[in-house]
Design a protein around this ligand. Structure first.
Ligand code: ASP
Ligand code: MG
Length: 408
């Protein structure tokens, strides 16, 4: 059976030209087995960060359209180099930008969403026996502008391409062996999970785990695309993402993993008059600017005055303050305060739906380790606490121990 797979290689897996040549050999091995393969690549190493830094040296406030164009070049470089490496090894391969691959996006230049994919060019390459290598993280808008998908978006490119091509599966190859019960750099006895559900990986992604872009998990679940997260450095199995009902039984019963996120800034609007429409008045303009807001807390009001706190990514802090400060003045709030050194720690697991007691255990473990909880949010299968960034390592280790995640 010939089959078709999409393999996506992340930034650290293509950080140097030697690594790119290794990736070429790995892609070639799949091709040699008679499986058709499409590659999707990230920018080399820290290229995207470097490009952002370069833009900031030219202007403190780069225009989104040109910033997107600039950032899209990182992935184009990798696609071109990987294709050259494959050709040197004697394989037919064709590098494609997101535009050439037919990836259409909405017009939010630096945080675009894929609308659809017109894969005729990819099919044409595959039909001639060539290996298409697609630049991840990008597409083009109705106005023929280049847009990028938001940080980490190449995963989403890969899953969307796999869906458009009706591939057998999408492999996400990284510098880690799969999805872990916590970040192994913080928790040395963290375990690699063999299986995880789409729901769980989506919550982990939302909780700040860098293992898979949230949109990629969402698309995978919606279209039932099998996703495997595995190492690009060796052939071990990695972690397979499955639907909840296909999860091995023991995995359904418990907290599966601890996530943490240090890319968190908090804004508090102090002393806002408590009347209908205030929350809408604050969050509608922020949403219109495509800024995602997370942990939102509004206090019970005293004398008709309340505080509203919420978190955004640190990179969005200045932009958000620029929106919120004039609004707060209009609403006659007393003050706007902010902190750029917050973090989130989360516990995630489908088992939480059916079993009570997880919240108390989490708060107990944090208290025992001396972590002050600033605010709390929950979903059906996740509890997230906002804490100070400095306390992340202690908090993550305490939670990993409290839920005995080192035990199989
Ligand atoms: N290069 C982009 C980033 O670093 C996209 C990606 O790697 O997926 O965010
Ligand atoms: Mg990257």
């Amino acid at each position: 059976m010939p089959g078709l797979i999409v393999q996506k290689y992340g930034g650290s897996s293509v950080a140097t030209t030697d690594l790119i040549r290794n990736v070429a050999r790995r892609v070639a091995r799949v091709h040699d087995r008679g499986t058709r393969i499409v590659g999707v690549v990230s920018a080399m190493g820290d290229t995207t960060d470097d490009l952002i830094a370069v833009a900031k040296r030219v202007t403190s406030d780069p225009p989104d359209r040109e910033l997107a164009l600039l950032l899209s070049t990182g992935e184009v470089v990798t696609a071109a180099l990987l294709t050259m490496a494959l050709r040197t090894e004697g394989y037919e391969a064709t590098a494609l930008t997101g535009f050439q691959a037919g990836i259409r996006t909405n017009p939010v230049h630096t945080k675009a969403q894929i609308l659809d994919i017109e894969p005729s060019r990819i099919h044409r390459e595959l039909d001639t026996g060539a290996i298409p290598i697609i630049a991840g993280y990008q597409g083009w808008t109705d106005d023929q502008d280049i847009a990028v998908l938001g940080r980490g978006g190449s995963d989403t490119t890969a899953v969307a391409i796999a869906i458009a091509l009706e591939a057998d599966r999408c492999e996400i190859l990284k510098d880690v062996d799969g999805v872990f019960s916590a970040d192994p750099r913080i928790v040395p006895n963290a375990r690699k999970l063999d299986f995880i559900s789409y729901e769980e990986i989506l919550e982990l992604a939302r909780a700040g785990s860098q293992v898979l872009h949230p949109r990629a998990a969402e698309l995978g679940e919606t279209y039932g695309m099998p996703i495997v997260v595995r190492s690009s450095f060796h052939e071990a199995e990695g972690t397979t993402i499955v639907t909840g009902d296909k999860m091995p039984l023991e995995g359904r019963e418990r907290v599966r993993a601890i996530a943490h996120d240090t890319d968190v800034a908090r804004i508090t609007i102090v002393g806002v008059p408590d009347r209908p429409g205030i929350a809408y008045g604050v969050f509608a303009p922020i949403e219109a600017a495509a800024i995602s807001v997370d942990v939102i807390v509004q206090n019970v009001s005293h004398q008709n005055v309340t505080d509203i706190s919420f978190t955004v990514a640190r990179t969005d802090l200045t932009r958000t303050l620029r929106i919120v400060e004039p609004l707060a003045r209009e609403m006659q709030a007393q003050d706007v305060t902010s902190s750029g050194t917050m973090a989130k720690v989360s516990i995630v697991g489908s088992g939480m739906v059916a079993n009570p007691g997880y919240a108390a255990r989490m708060f107990g473990a944090l208290a025992e380790s001396g972590c002050n909880i600033i605010s709390i949010t929950t979903s059906e299968i996740r509890i997230t606490c906002l804490i100070d960034e400095a306390q992340v390592p202690v908090a993550v280790r305490a939670l990993h121990d409290a839920f005995r995640l080192d035990e199989a």
